[in-house]
Design a protein around this ligand. Structure first.
Ligand code: AMP
Ligand code: MG
Length: 351
């Protein structure tokens, strides 16, 4: 009797197991990884979502690029009609009503400027133009005349307040009085990070909890790939197609990498790159060639990676250790490497 019962239940259980397997396997429309790459903010932006339907993913991708393009349209120095460009070219003393977003980004930039003792400075627009890095085209880069750099340094040193006066506008909004000339704003070291925070927030609001957005050296992560961590790589600063370190990450995190290999030209036997040291008016020679920062917010990761790059190994380490929730990985041209204990990532063997 018992044997007969078993004989009947075993095939039934097998059928059930097969059905379960088939059902799970047959659900790819909600389990698939969707990836879209488009050009935005002068770089390739890759958006990956997990566990979305094709239309949820489409909607999410559109939200991401809408946010990034909206930030670019006011923050980019390369767009003549952007608010940053209009302020840069306004007459000294002009009063501008500035929107909340502008205040958020500029105040965050000034805070990092303060924390890094001026190594990060959002007022390098004119200097970056002198070096040919202001318009985003590295081929036009050139070493400026020494007198021009000295003149810039002189003006800047006379105005440690950065040239901006915060004032109240007639209708109660935040407004600024512009200092003019040498203080042309360049938010290239922070605006992308801010845009990525907004992009990830809008993905989450649309119900997408698992996503990875990568834009050049910046990335922001949420959730996982169906229980598997997102796997990310950090580029080798001297070997173009090689990864130097990798990390497996689950949950919310932002990471930004600044390197002297991103935009540069060679002159006088030296790498003339796009991260300038505001104290010398020239490409940073701190010895660091790659800096990665991990934080909760991309706006901070973006600005801090640039700041630590300029500060160098000793001061950079000290700043990372001083700040809560900030982890870093630093590579020196002499081969020295350091990462903070909480940094999520492993060096790749042989890298
Ligand atoms: P990142 O690649 O994130 O390190 O940012 C580099 C960009 O930030 C450059 O292309 C410039 O637009 C801007 N930048 C360069 N040097 C500095 C600096 N010392 N402080 C703030 N922004 C900078
Ligand atoms: Mg940066």
């Amino acid at each position: 009797m018992r044997g007969l019962h078993l004989k009947k239940t075993i095939p039934l259980l097998m059928l059930l197991a097969f059905l379960c397997f088939w059902l799970v396997w047959k659900r790819p429309s909600h389990q698939e990884l969707h990836t879209t790459t488009r050009l935005a903010m002068g770089t390739l932006v890759k958006v990956s979502t997990w566990g979305t339907t094709a239309s949820e993913d489409d909607n999410g991708v559109n939200l991401v690029f809408a946010k990034i393009n909206a930030v670019e349209s006011w923050a980019s120095k390369q767009i003549p009609s952007s608010l940053v460009s209009r302020i840069n070219h306004a007459q000294k003393g002009t009063v501008w009503d500035v929107p909340e977003e502008w205040v958020t980004v500029v105040k965050a930039a000034l805070e990092i400027r303060h924390l890094s003792d001026g190594a990060f400075d959002p007022g390098l627009g004119y200097l970056l133009d002198l070096w040919g890095f202001g318009n985003g085209v590295a081929e036009e880069a050139k070493i400026p005349e020494t007198e021009k750099i000295s003149a810039w340094l002189d003006t800047r040193n006379k105005q440690p307040d950065f040239g901006i006066q915060w004032v109240q506008s007639t209708h109660g909004n935040q407004a600024i009085q512009w200092g003019g000339f040498s203080y042309e704003l360049d938010l290239g070291g922070i605006a992308k990070g801010y845009a990525m925070d907004l992009a990830m927030e809008s993905l989450k609001r649309s119900g997408i909890a698992n996503a990875l957005i990568v834009a050049g050296g910046d990335m922001i992560i949420a959730g996982s790939k169906g229980g598997t961590p997102w796997r990310i790589g950090i580029q080798h600063p001297r070997e173009h197609d090689k990864v130097m370190a990798f990390a497996e990450i689950t949950g919310d995190m932002a990471m930004s990498t600044s390197g002297d290999y991103e935009r540069f030209f060679m002159a006088h036997g030296e790498r003339q790159h796009h991260i300038l040291d505001p104290k010398t008016g020239r490409p940073s020679r701190s010895g660091l060639i790659s800096v990665s920062i991990q934080t909760a917010k991309s706006i901070q990761a973006d600005a801090l990676s640039t700041a630590v790059f300029v500060l160098g190994m000793a001061k950079g380490k000290a700043l990372i250790e001083k700040l809560d929730g900030v982890e870093g990985m630093l590579v020196h041209e002499n081969g020295e490497r350091w990462k903070s204990p909480g940094f999520k990532g492993q060096w790749l063997e042989g890298s």
